[in-house]
Design a protein around this ligand. Structure first.
Ligand SMILES: Nc1nc2c(ncn2[C@@H]2O[C@H](COP(=O)(O)OP(=O)(O)OP(=O)(O)O)[C@@H](O)[C@H]2O)c(=O)[nH]1
Ligand SMILES: [Mg+2]
Ligand SMILES: [Zn+2]
Length: 337
C-alpha cells in the first residue's frame, strides 16, 4: 500500500520522534504527529468502511453524506474490521481512531495459516445469495444458515439472476423452496432487470447486512443496484470460476440510500463453523429442534437406531431427508477439520 503523503513539517517531526525513540514504529510516530498537531476535531462515532493495515476508511455517523476519511489507529486496535463502530477524531488530511465500541455480533473465518480471525462486525442480517448460474448447492446454503443460527443473526436467502433461463430459474427456486417451508425468508430478484430489488431494499433497510455466497452469483452487482454510488467491482463469471478467486477481495461497506449498510465480502465460506460442537450443530437445524431429546437412546446417532425421533420425523415428512443428510455430512466434515 502506498504510504500517505506527508508535509515537510510532519516529516521533520517524525524524524525527531524517531531520533528520540529509535524503536518506535513509524505508524505510531505518525499518530503522535497527528495528535500533537492540534488540528484534530472532538471524538465522535464512526463506522469502519474498509480496513487496511494500519488505517481504515471511516464514515462519520454525524455526516454520512461526506466523503470517507482515512484514519490511523495504534496497533492495540489491530483487530478492527469492517462494520466496527469506533470513536474517532476527524482531521485534515487524516483522522485517528481512538477506540472500538463493543461489538453486537461478528463473523469469523480461518486465515491462510488456519488461525481464526474476525472478518466483519455488528451484522444484523446475512443475505445468502444464490443463482441459477453458478449453480446453487444446498450444502453451502446449509452452512451459511448454521453460521447465522449459531451467531443469532437473521438469514435471508436471495435468489439472484431470475432473468436467466426460466427452466434453470425454476430449478433454483425449487431448490430453495424447502427453506421457505421451514420459515426462512426467500426473495427472488435480478440485479440486471431490477425485478424484486425494491422488496430486497425494504428488507435490508436500517440493517447492517453482509452478502455471502459463491463467487459470481452477483453479490457486488446487487449492491451496485441497491446503492447507486457503490461502484463495487463486478467480475465476469468465467474469470471467477476459472481462477477460483473472488472478484471482491476486501470486505467493503456501502451505505444504503434509505438507511442501513451492506457489506460486500469475499470468501466468508466457512465462517463460524470450525468450533461448533455437535449439539450446537444439530440445534442450528431449526426444524429438528422439536424432535431433539425425543429419541429412545440419549446418545442416538440418528442414523439407524430404533425409536429415533429424527428418523421418524423424516419418515413422516416433518423434516426433509436432504437436510438430515446435510447434517450428517457437515457433522463428518467438522470432525475431520
Ligand atoms: N443475467 C444476470 N447476470 C448477472 C446478474 N447479477 C450479476 N450478474 C453477472 O454475474 C457476474 C458476476 O457478478 P458479480 O457481481 O461480480 O458476482 P459476485 O458474487 O460479486 O462475485 P465475487 O466478487 O467473485 O464473489 C457478472 O458477469 C454480472 O454481470 C443478474 O441479475 N442477471
Ligand atoms: Mg463481488
Ligand atoms: Zn435419534
Amino acid at each position: 500500500m502506498a504510504k500517505p503523503k506527508l508535509t515537510l513539517q510532519q516529516r521533520r517531526r517524525i524524524r525527531e520522534q524517531r531520533a528520540r525513540s529509535s524503536s518506535a514504529p513509524e505508524k505510531d510516530d505518525l499518530l503522535t504527529t497527528l495528535l500533537s498537531s492540534g488540528q484534530l476535531g472532538p471524538e465522535q462515532n464512526g463506522l469502519v468502511v474498509t480496513r487496511y493495515s494500519n488505517q481504515a476508511d471511516i464514515l462519520f455517523e454525524s455526516a454520512p453524506e461526506r466523503p470517507l476519511r482515512k484514519c490511523y489507529f495504534r496497533s492495540h486496535l489491530d483487530s478492527l474490521v469492517t462494520g466496527d463502530r469506533v470513536r474517532c477524531r476527524d482531521g485534515e488530511p487524516y483522522g485517528i481512531i481512538c477506540s472500538v465500541l463493543p461489538r453486537k455480533s461478528h463473523l469469523e473465518r480461518p486465515d491462510n495459516r488456519g488461525n481464526i480471525c474476525t472478518v466483519v462486525a455488528n451484522i444484523d442480517t446475512i443475505a445468502i445469495v444464490v443463482a441459477p448460474e453458478p449453480q446453487a448447492h444446498t450444502g453451502l446454503i446449509d452452512r451459511y444458515l448454521i453460521a447465522s443460527e449459531h451467531h443469532q443473526i437473521s438469514p435471508l436467502i436471495v435468489v439472484n439472476k431470475i432473468d436467466q433461463d426460466p427452466q434453470q430459474v425454476e430449478r433454483t427456486l425449487n431448490l430453495v423452496a424447502p427453506y421457505k417451508d421451514i420459515g426462512y425468508p426467500v426473495l427472488a430478484v435480478s440485479a440486471s432487470s431490477g425485478k424484486g430489488i425494491n422488496q430486497l431494499s425494504a428488507q435490508l433497510k436500517d440493517q447492517m447486512s453482509v452478502f455471502v455466497g459463491q463467487s459470481g452469483v452477483g453479490k457486488s452487482s446487487l449492491i451496485n443496484t441497491l446503492c447507486p454510488h457503490a461502484a463495487a467491482k463486478v467480475g465476469k463469471l468465467s474469470d471467477a470460476s476459472a481462477s477460483g478467486r473472488h472478484t471482491t477481495t476486501t470486505a467493503d461497506l456501502f451505505p444504503l440510500p434509505g438507511g442501513g449498510n451492506i457489506i460486500d465480502s469475499p470468501g466468508i465460506r466457512e465462517f463460524g463453523l470450525l468450533h461448533l460442537e455437535q449439539h450446537q450443530l444439530i440445534n442450528a437445524f431449526i426444524e429438528f429442534r422439536p424432535f431433539l431429546g425425543q429419541c429412545r437412546f440419549r446418545n442416538c446417532s440418528h442414523r439407524k437406531e430404533p425409536d429415533c425421533a429424527l428418523l421418524e420425523a423424516c419418515a413422516n415428512g416433518k423434516i426433509s431427508a436432504q437436510r438430515l443428510d446435510s447434517f450428517f455430512r457437515i457433522s463428518e466434515s467438522l470432525k475431520n477439520d
